[in-house]
Ligand binder design. Structure first.
Ligand SMILES: [Fe+2]
Length: 200
């Protein structure tokens, strides 16, 4: 079983130390919640803290060191004495993009797969009158996925590759990730507002 001794308080302060953009804090919290949900959904609930921690800190180095994304992370994570397993999970989420460390564990494959897709779901939610993903149908998300002009920065190839590595269909990945975001959206937004002083 994989655990981390890094406390959530330490992780939040590290995230805030290196991320001033409210969106980056929100993204970390979102991926944390989705990873915790996935841990439970695939019978690894006892590792939910570890999965969530990897989600929370996966982009810790991105805002300040975009050119060294995934390469600078180990140095920053050393400030909270992150375990090698946690560092590996975080560094490998950019495999094939900005990292040559390959995802091995199931959890690492989920992180790779969910990261980019949460961005697409978040962007699609913003366009809705409710500004929420809670009333979003899977069919609507699939349309946004196909519309290449929508949220063009969210790589459809990365999302597809993520599903493939999990051995899942794209539809299944979208359905489950949407479900995970629906379940956590309110709590994530509330905490993000407190941490960044911004309300959505
Ligand atoms: Fe990310």
């Amino acid at each position: 079983m994989r655990e981390t001794k890094v406390t959530r308080e330490q992780a939040i302060s590290l995230l805030k130390k290196y991320n001033q953009e409210p969106f980056h804090v929100l993204h970390g919290l979102t991926v944390e919640a989705v990873m915790r949900w996935y841990a439970g959904a695939c019978g690894r609930g006892e590792e939910a803290d570890f999965w969530g921690m990897a989600g929370l800190l996966h982009d810790v180095d991105f805002e300040k060191y975009p050119e060294e994304h995934c390469k600078k992370a180990p140095e920053l994570l050393a400030e909270v004495n992150a375990e090698p397993e946690l560092v590996h999970a975080i560094v490998c989420h950019g495999y094939g993009l900005c990292s040559d460390v390959e995802p091995e564990d199931e959890m690492e494959k989920f992180l790779f797969a969910a990261d980019e897709l949460t961005g697409l779901i978040g962007a699609a939610a913003k366009m809705r009158p409710s500004k929420s993903c809670t009333d979003m149908e899977l069919s609507s998300l699939k349309k946004k996925f196909k519309d290449k002009r929508f949220a063009a920065g969210c790589s459809r190839d990365v999302i597809r590759t993520g599903a493939e590595r999990l051995g899942w269909s794209l539809e299944e990945l979208m359905e489950k990730t949407l479900e995970a975001m629906k379940a956590s959206e309110t709590a994530v937004n509330e905490e993000a507002a407190v941490l960044t002083g911004e309300t959505k």
